[in-house]
Design a protein around this ligand. Structure first.
Ligand code: AQP
Length: 352
């Protein structure tokens, strides 16, 4: 079977913003899957600091959070000696390609992005231009490596579709020049692959522990709404104990969780942490009250997350090592991104 990415060397790209606490949603929706993909793919994992500054960041906190996300990557098991780990601002090709993609993307496409609408809120006039153009930068992040696969949480699906739209429009608008320069790949002689989003598993949308209708998020004002990778054992246990639930015992079937978002969320979290299917978790706990299920979930969260937290703390005390990983990763990333930028500029018709 040919896919939109066939003809291209398989490569994974994904990123996390250093803009808040790294939480369980980031871990289950993204980082845990980044780790798994290392076995089968060449991977490029990025701390996307240029994305973070689309909303205000205190410079001192940004530096600390950049190291914290990097520490989370390494502590969770990403191996920087086999794959590329770096922060986005050290590789200027991201910003350069994003500008060119701003000239490919259409205002109408970006205006439809729900994340912009959510984050800009009612005060749209006061949102940064960068927040509006965020998806062009995300397309540049991925396509600077001609990446074919992008593991993300469900909330990034719309941005991934926009990346594909940008790649497709570029391939079509410049098909003649791509062909003339002999730069196309695959059956369609395209320059960019159409990257495949990888949104799989029960925990692609981890919800707030305080409100099952809201995504777990670093910008939620309530710290009780999320498990942070920096939480200690007592905090993890307390947050699971205080998680909102309902008064009914757990049912036997997933169908009976349809109108119980908080209960469904806790089952999905258990499933994501234990690598069991949600139905298997229910089968194990069917008929149990939350007074029995929550301690089991807390134990599982502590057993899974605490070793990562401990290693993150150790790494965050060794900023020289973390910074060296990022510098080395940036050098490797540049080796991949520079030729792509050279090609794209030639395709656009810039004289060099
Ligand atoms: N709740 C979530 N469930 C599953 N996956 C999630 N991701 C984020 N939240 C959840 C995934 O984590 C990756 C990195 O996310 P990001 O750093 O780009 O930022 P975000 O999605 O904006 O994270 P937050 O915490 O929700 O921050 P705010 O509230 O400030 O926007 C992505 O793959 C994302 O899908």
């Amino acid at each position: 079977m040919t896919t939109a990415a066939s003809g291209f060397e398989p490569r994974v790209f994904s990123g996390i913003q250093p803009s808040g606490n790294v939480h369980l949603g980031n871990y289950l929706g993204a980082i845990k899957r980044f780790v798994a993909m290392q076995e089968s793919h060449n991977c490029v994992y990025c701390v996307v600091d240029l994305h973070a500054v689309t909303v205000w960041q205190d410079p001192i906190v940004l530096r600390q959070k950049t190291r914290e996300v990097t520490a989370a990557f390494l502590a969770a098991g990403i191996d920087p000696s086999k794959h590329i780990v770096f922060n986005q601002s050290q590789v200027k090709e991201h910003a350069e390609l994003a500008w060119l993609f701003n000239c490919v993307a259409r205002m109408g496409w970006l205006s439809r992005m729900t994340q912009f609408k959510d984050k800009a809120g009612k005060n749209r006039e006061n949102a940064s231009v960068g927040l509006f153009a965020y998806p062009s930068l995300m397309a540049a992040d991925i396509l600077a490596y001609r990446a074919t696969h992008v593991p993300v949480g469900e909330d990034q699906k719309q941005h991934l579709e926009l990346t594909r739209d940008i790649a497709q429009k570029f391939n079509m608008d410049f098909a003649g020049e791509i062909d003339r320069l002999g730069l196309g790949l695959g059956p369609d002689k395209a320059y960019f692959p159409l990257p495949e989003p990888l949104i799989t598993g029960a925990a692609t949308r981890v919800m707030s522990l305080r409100d099952g209708s809201k995504k777990m998020s670093s910008s939620d004002a309530s710290d009780l709404s999320r498990l942070n990778l920096t939480d200690d054992v007592d905090e993890l246990a307390k947050k699971v104990r205080k998680a909102k639930t309902d008064a009914n015992p757990l049912p036997e079937s997933l169908d009976d969780l349809v109108d119980r978002p908080e209960a469904r969320n806790l089952i999905n979290i258990y499933s994501g942490l234990s690598d069991q299917a949600p139905q298997d978790v229910l089968t194990e706990f069917a008929g149990a009250d939350f007074s029995k299920f929550k301690p089991a979930l807390a134990d599982l969260a502590v057993a899974t997350l605490s070793p990562i937290t401990l290693e993150m703390r150790r790494l965050m005390d060794d900023t020289d090592h973390v910074d060296a990983v990022l510098r080395h990763g940036a050098e490797q990333a540049r080796v991949l991104a520079q030729p792509v930028l050279r090609d794209v500029k030639a395709i656009f018709g810039f004289v060099s």
